[in-house]
Write a protein that binds this ligand. Structure first.
Ligand code: SAH
Length: 311
């Protein structure tokens, strides 16, 4: 069964991203197409959408779901970091808006069979792009104890990083770590019972750290943000949704340091949510999902949305 992914903060994305229905837009992380479908519905007769993702299986689902809009949609298996090359190949200089919805999709977590979830017994791969890079199992079986420890701390602030790194290295002397369940059980057995986190599975942070490392998620965001303003027309928008503080910090810092960005775009409309403006409407803080969405979509819980305008 394919678990479809419920897109996060859709109304906000549409409102902040689309300034001109006949413009050209980029969904840099199309996933299974949740946001893209909504964007397409709002485009005018001359509007166009370029969709990218590195996950081939997701791209296939997105193609199918976006087929009613095929005339105005281009879908490619490419990394958003390569947007300059992709635009050049299509013969486009600049676009009116770019969306990045970071993190991973419910499809990847639930149906990809690539070991993203500690609740499943799958090969420990975690690559979103199966055509390149090392797998999570390569990382845990080959990295030094110091590297593992640093990775768990840097990418997830796992307080048991040292203990878990040592346990991994000990375990792999007996047998290589090849499945998500094997790793999840090992971590569960490693963290002393009285310190086990109550609200989350003890393996949550380790899985997050491995996923971030395998997919070079933070490097990709930094690389992209450095060149992002160049891809936008004046007044064009970049909308980024992040799901943990490391990502959000990169986005916030990039917006602060770019003289080509208006980082406090005061002319953005204020979202009329339950009678209140959206939190952080003036961009000093990130926008958060409204309560109604939080109730219906648990994945939205950690979402933070930031908008910058090219000046
Ligand atoms: N907005 C989507 C969900 C996106 S989830 C929807 O509504 O369906 C995040 C997606 O980003 C995943 O599909 C993942 O494969 C993709 N991704 C991760 N790194 C990427 C990169 N460097 N370039 C393009 N896509 C990437």
């Amino acid at each position: 069964m394919i678990v479809s992914h419920q897109p996060v903060m859709v109304d906000e994305v549409i409102m902040y991203l689309i300034t001109n229905p006949d413009g050209i837009y980029v969904d840099g992380t199309v996933g299974t197409g949740g946001h893209s479908i909504e964007i397409c519905k709002r485009l005018g007769p001359r509007g166009a959408l370029i969709c990218l993702d590195v996950d081939r299986a997701s791209i296939e689902v997105a193609k199918e779901r976006l087929s009613p809009f095929a005339e105005r949609v281009t879908i490619a298996k490419e990394s958003y970091v390569e947007l300059d090359r992709v635009l050049k190949e299509i013969g486009i200089d600049q676009v009116h808006g770019i969306l990045l919805d970071l993190g991973m999709s419910s499809y990847q977590l639930e149906s990809s069979g690539r070991g993203f979830s500690f609740t499943k017994n799958e090969p420990l791969d975690m690559r979103m792009d199966e055509d390149r890079g090392v797998t999570a199992s390569d990382l845990v079986n080959k990295s030094s104890v110091e590297r593992l420890q640093r990775l768990l701390w840097d990418y997830a602030q796992e307080r048991w990083a040292t203990l878990i790194a040592r346990a991994i290295v000990e375990e792999r002397r007996i047998q290589p770590l090849t499945s998500s369940r094997q790793l999840a059980l090992l971590i569960e057995a490693t963290i002393p019972a009285k310190y086990r986190p109550r609200k989350i599975h003890p393996a949550t942070k380790t899985f997050q750290a491995l996923r971030i490392a395998v997919n070079r998620e933070l490097q990709n965001i930094s690389d992209f943000l450095e060149k992002a303003p160049l891809f936008l027309v004046r007044g064009g928008r970049l909308v980024v949704i992040s799901y943990h503080s490391l990502e959000d910090r990169l986005v916030k810092q990039a917006f602060l340091h770019w003289d080509k960005w208006d980082r406090h775009p005061r002319k953005l409309p204020v979202f009329p949510s339950e009678g209140k403006p959206a939190i952080g409407a003036l961009q000093k803080r990130a926008y958060r999902p409204r309560q109604a969405e939080l109730n219906g979509n648990p994945r939205a819980r950690s979402a933070r949305l930031r908008v910058a305008v090219r000046i």
